[in-house]
Design a protein around this ligand. Structure first.
Ligand SMILES: Cc1cc2nc3c(=O)[nH]c(=O)nc-3n(C[C@H](O)[C@H](O)[C@H](O)COP(=O)(O)O)c2cc1C
Length: 215
């Protein structure tokens, strides 16, 4: 092992900031998530709205990437992307996915699993139209996940669509929102001596059952 990798092996942190118990957690996982996200925002952790999205391709191989949560309610958690992208194609073939937030400074992780659906065209339009102009042009300019010959392709596309649509680009048909409808939530709070708190909520007869998992 190189000295760098051996020093990585020696990296260890004790998690001691908070605890999560059956009595302190909320009955609704959505409300528990809302509470933790609000606390992450208040604590000004970097990119509190960034979540890892895992999808599975037709050959059963998983892949992950980061996306930004743009809304959440009792229907699920929403993000926006290119429907023709690698993740978009994987979700079209297999609509099951997992999301993960890691709020490092709070020593907290939230994991959510469920089925994914497209949000309505009206919802995607409303969010698209709220985006800055360069982001709206970018949605046209980037054939997300496709191989391109160089950065100049993006610059030329942005100029082309900027000239075409001026101040009012419509939402591209290949761009919009996905919503993950949760079937399982897990809240992880780091604790001392690797005896972390893990509370898992899973749907049982249309109600949320809460269980503690060993760390
Ligand atoms: C902090 C952060 C936020 C991101 N947010 C999004 C997003 O909301 N939607 C999106 O399509 N890509 C987002 N990306 C880019 C993705 O991580 C990824 O590169 C892209 O979606 C292509 O993934 P795919 O080829 O697996 O489809 C974000 C990247 C970072 C680092």
């Amino acid at each position: 092992m190189s000295s760098l990798s051996s020093s990585i092996a020696d990296l260890r942190k004790s998690y001691e900031r908070a605890e999560l118990s059956e009595s302190s957690s909320l009955d609704s996982p959505l409300e528990q998530f809302d509470q933790w996200l609000q606390q992450a925002l208040k604590a000004q952790v970097p990119e509190p709205n960034a979540m890892t999205l895992a999808t599975v391709a037709g050959d059963m191989r998983p892949s992950t990437r980061i996306v930004l949560i743009k809304g959440y309610d009792e229907r699920g958690l929403v993000w926006y992307t290119n429907y023709d992208s690698r993740k978009g194609q994987q979700l079209a073939g297999n609509p099951f996915a997992a999301l993960q937030f890691h709020w490092v400074e709070l020593e907290r992780v939230v994991r959510i699993e469920g089925c994914v659906e497209k949000v309505s065209a009206e919802e995607s339009d409303a969010y698209f139209n709220s985006r800055p102009l360069d982001s709206r042009i970018g949605a046209w300019a980037s054939p997300q996940s496709q191989v391109i010959s160089g950065r100049s392709v993006l610059v030329a596309n942005a100029a082309k669509y900027g000239a075409k649509y001026l101040l009012n680009p419509p939402r591209p048909p290949h761009w919009g929102g996905f919503r993950l409808v949760p079937e399982r939530w897990e809240f992880w709070q780091g604790r001392k001596s690797r005896l972390h708190d893990r509370l898992c909520y899973r749907l049982e007869n249309n109600a949320w059952a809460r269980e503690r998992l060993a760390p």
